[in-house]
Ligand binder design. Structure first.
Ligand code: NAI
Ligand code: MG
Length: 498
């Protein structure tokens, strides 16, 4: 047997890709001047802006250049108590008593105002969180408005949603949201709560508070009765104070599985209801009969969309052995063409990682992947000198038991595994602690139905990925949490039915 001569000794299992990309796009930045950001924000309690009782504020930065955008108030237990009593008063005296069609008018108005301010909201979302403007403009903001429109429509039709049942609201909802879709998560949580007659105390994530505060200004301008929605900024301690407040009837949380478990423990033995939308490790499955180019594009969208800061990101790819070489070759080529950089540039595909902490987490996983023996390919693109950026990266030679195939990385990192049979891929895809979403790529409808039946995931996309619609429920199995948001199902966690 001829001994193959190695051209270059490889010192590590990291390979920098280099394809011919001798052309580039001219910069096309969105204007920052449409974003009006105040130097300081107070807490939105009972329809007015109130100073935090501790007097403490913290900075929110732009992760693309690490510059401070604004200072926001840190709410403590006293502020949470004030906000919860305002929400209780508003619930008892105004909101639950208001005819449902009147409530709907407010919710419709909020939806329209989000549309009117869409451009500013998109720019602020990209500045504060680091996501590409194309995404905040074309996905986050329109989807947020659509959620308000959709649930406004249900407000006076609950008897049709749940025929022959008596629906009543629960009371005050405490809502805690993460940094990956700040305005959209606020909409997902506030819209169904208001439509069903509940009032709200909402806390945005500490790294991305600005669009929720802009939403507070919209609520004020929409003349929403004081106290119906209160918005408190702060970190984990503020969230915990909301969870533990005795006068909260329902908790809606989206974030890490770790905090989800803390919340479950905290409310055990109390009458508080909860929906928890936690992590994921979605499998994207490509069969040999799939339209390969379409599937490759879908996989790219599934994991690199929003820097992989997506709980339902397709972070594991299972590809049938006979087409694995072709798919991997095309993926390597495609990641080399992705544009990483300024979130405000309309050409950018991958913006900034949300925080230094999250970037460190991603780097830790890259090191773990290499140590476990997987082969790592990263794009050769240059990264901006300031800010938190990560190259799109794929791992091949991954074993099912590897941590990069089991744990949520929450970054632009794809683990690729192969399979031969349907049964094998089902077993592997279901073999994680999570069960939020999955994707199937095949030419055969029967195969799609077979897979969707057997995959333990709340959402299964077929020949597409990361598609959302307000009419469609979303939520997970196992450690991905419980309860559903969106659609008719999303009304249920805010109602008691008799
Ligand atoms: P996190 O779960 O700590 O943060 C989410 C929200 O919970 C934030 O508003 C935070 O202030 C709040 N929070 C933190 N501790 C709390 C507590 N004890 N009680 C009540 N609220 C609390 O998530 P983090 O640390 O920002 O990200 C860690 C990992 O979580 C990520 O790497 C990712 O894997 C996962 N994650 C998942 C998300 C999803 O959409 N399912 C969103 C964000 C993070
Ligand atoms: Mg920020």
């Amino acid at each position: 047997m001829a001994v193959q001569k190695k051209k270059q000794p490889r010192r590590s299992n990291t390979i920098k890709l280099k394809f011919d990309t001798s052309w580039t796009y001219a910069p096309a930045p969105e204007s920052r001047s449409v974003a009006q950001i105040a130097p300081e924000y107070d807490l939105f309690i009972n329809g007015t802006w109130q100073k935090p009782s501790s007097g403490e504020y913290f900075d929110t930065i732009n992760p693309a250049d690490e510059k401070v955008l604004s200072r926001v108030a840190a709410a403590n237990e006293k502020d949470v108590d004030k906000a919860v009593s305002a929400a209780r008063q508003a619930y008892d005296k105004v909101w639950r008593r208001m005819p449902a069609k009147e409530r709907a008018k407010y919710i419709f108005r909020i939806a329209r105002m989000i549309q009117e301010k869409a451009r500013e909201l998109a720019v602020i979302e990209s500045l504060d969180g680091g996501k590409p403007i194309r995404e905040s403009r074309d996905f986050d903001v329109p989807a947020a408005a659509n959620h308000f429109f959709y649930y406004a429509g249900w407000a006076d039709k609950l008897e049709y949603a749940f025929p022959n049942r008596q629906c009543s609201p629960l009371g005050v909802a405490g809502q805690i949201i993460p940094w990956n879709f700040p305005l959209l998560m606020a909409a997902w949580k506030i819209a169904p709560a208001l439509a069903t007659g509940n009032t709200v105390v909402l806390k945005p994530a500490e790294t991305t508070p600005l669009t929720a505060l802009k939403l507070a200004a919209i609520l004020q301008e929409a003349d929403l009765p004081p106290g119906v929605v209160n918005i408190l900024t702060g970190a984990g301690a503020t969230g915990a104070a909301i969870v533990n407040h005795p006068d909260i009837n329902k908790i809606a949380f989206t974030g890490s599985t770790e905090v989800g478990k803390l919340i479950q423990r905290a409310i055990a033995g109390t009458p508080k209801k909860a929906t928890l939308e936690l992590g994921g490790k979605a499998a994207n499955i490509i069969f040999e009969d799939a339209p390969i180019d379409q599937a490759v594009e879908g996989v790219i969208n599934g994991i690199f969309f929003n820097q992989g800061h997506v709980c339902c990101a397709g972070s594991r790819l299972y590809v049938q052995e006979s087409v694995a070489a072709e798919v991997i070759r095309k993926l390597k080529h495609r990641i080399e063409t992705l544009i990483v950089g300024d979130p405000l540039d309309k050409n950018t595909d991958i913006g900034a990682i949300n925080s230094r902490q999250q970037l460190d987490t991603i780097h830790r996983y890259l090191a773990i992947g290499k140590k476990e023996g997987a082969e790592m390919y990263e794009s050769s693109c240059a990264l901006p000198r300031k800010g938190f950026f990560c190259r799109p990266t794929i791992f091949t030679n991954v074993a099912q038991s590897n941590r990069i195939a089991q744990e949520e990385i929450f970054g632009p990192v794809l683990a690729i595994l192969t399979f031969r049979t349907d049964d094998e891929v089902i077993e592997k895809a279901n073999n994680t602690p999570y069960g939020l979403s999955a994707g199937v790529w095949t030419d055969k409808g029967s195969k799609i139905f077979n897979m969707t039946k057997r995959l333990r995931a709340g959402v299964v996309w077929a020949n597409t990925f990361n598609k959302f619609d307000p009419t469609s429920p979303f939520g997970g199995y196992k450690e991905s949490g419980y309860g559903r948001e969106g659609g008719l199902h999303g009304l249920l966690p805010y109602l008691s039915l008799r």
